[in-house]
Design a protein around this ligand. Structure first.
Ligand SMILES: Nc1ncnc2c1ncn2[C@@H]1O[C@H](COP(=O)(O)OP(=O)(O)OP(=O)(O)O)[C@@H](O)[C@H]1O
Ligand SMILES: [Mg+2]
Length: 327
């Protein structure tokens, strides 16, 4: 079952000339990270906020875990959905522990269980509880505040997370680190994540699938790899900077082109690719290897698939209709 379904969803704000979201229909599969990428004003935040009913669509329907969200009270809906925004919105006069516990208190968890869960969450986001529990938001760096925001959103273990430029307000190094932590977390937790950003590199790095938006419309909904190699039109091409393909391939992993493992590839155990290798590294390794097909292993060393040079080459070939075509 799809976790979130948009069915001809539009949003027109009062007195607005154009639709902020214009007839969006798409499905977000369970357990995947879907990133909404687009320029400022393209409707990303509006689309996101309709999922937890902070905004109501003007027309169309939205389903969460199979239920039309209008059949659910907004409060109940929001408890199933974690929400992280750029200006985290931590309560300034509450400690870190109290901030993280907000939803758990509303859900009336017993105090002991809340304490345990808060510790567990702070560990998870890299803030040792002994050190950070009693601090106030003003005593944290921007990146640490962002981590508390994520811990708070994860508190009641929601199946769905909505994240609106969660790393937008921190410096590039912290941002890279938070992205890495997000990926590690997501590899264990398998939440359904709808993640808004206007940062192309962040989008490519985090997305299982990308939604490219412009003027309220979805221009393309596809894997990062396909958006890089087969942008839907010249706007998408320009937005992601597709002419610099090698740089972009450094941002997506071999997951994108993984094929089922065949016995022949298992023979080449001396040249194993890692599931977290970037496509750029994978291409380099394949070109250097005597073999056309190399096995791919996960973090534990177990072989999980293979990667073939011809297949990658084929998929890198752009359709001739685009102006940056390489054929
Ligand atoms: N509360 C509102 N009332 C009226 N118009 C709004 C409101 N919120 C957004 N808009 C308009 O809707 C359009 C889409 O806005 P939205 O915030 O969804 O864009 P965005 O893609 O998130 O942009 P950004 O990257 O700048 O955050 C814009 O033209 C914006 O001016
Ligand atoms: Mg926005």
């Amino acid at each position: 079952m799809d976790a979130i379904v948009f069915d001809h969803v539009s949003k027109v704000y009062p007195n607005a000339a154009a639709r902020a979201v214009d007839d969006v229909s798409l499905q977000v599969p369970q357990g995947r990270t879907v990133v909404i990428l687009g320029t400022s004003g393209s409707g990303k935040t509006t689309l996101l906020k309709m999922v937890n009913r902070l905004y109501e669509p003007s027309s169309g329907r939205i389903f969460v875990e199979g239920t039309d969200i209008h059949a659910l009270p907004a409060v109940q809906l929001r408890r199933q959905i974690g929400y992280v925004i750029q200006q985290i919105g931590l309560f300034p006069h509450w400690t870190v522990a109290d901030n993280v516990a907000t939803v758990l208190r509303i859900l009336k968890w017993p105090a002991a269980r809340i304490g345990q869960r808060v510790d567990e969450l702070l560990e998870l986001v890299g803030l040792p509880p002994a050190e950070y529990c009693g601090r106030y938001p003003s005593q944290l760096s921007g990146g640490q505040q962002q981590r508390v925001g994520i811990a708070r959103a994860l508190a009641a273990d929601p199946a769905i997370m909505l994240m609106d430029e969660p790393f937008g307000a921190v410096d590039a190094i912290t941002r890279g680190r938070l992205q890495g932590e997000f990926l590690a977390l997501q590899r264990r937790a398998h939440k359904t994540v709808l993640f808004v950003t206007h940062d192309v590199e962040e989008a490519l790095r985090l997305a299982d699938r990308l939604i490219i938006m412009d003027q309220g419309k979805v221009l393309q909904y596809d894997t990062s790899f396909n958006v890089i190699t087969r942008p839907a039109n010249d706007f998408v091409c320009e937005l992601i900077g597709a002419d610099d393909m090698m740089r972009l391939l450094g941002l997506v992993t071999v997951r994108n082109v993984l094929e089922p493992l065949e016995p022949a590839a298992v023979q080449h155990r001396d040249e194993v690719l890692s599931i977290d290798d970037s496509m750029r590294d994978v291409l380099a390794k394949l070109l250097r290897s005597e073999h056309d097909t190399l096995p791919v292993a996960d973090a534990t060393g177990q072989l999980v698939g293979q990667c073939n040079l011809q297949t990658v080459r084929e998929r890198l070939r752009r359709p001739a209709s685009l102006k940056n075509s390489s054929d």
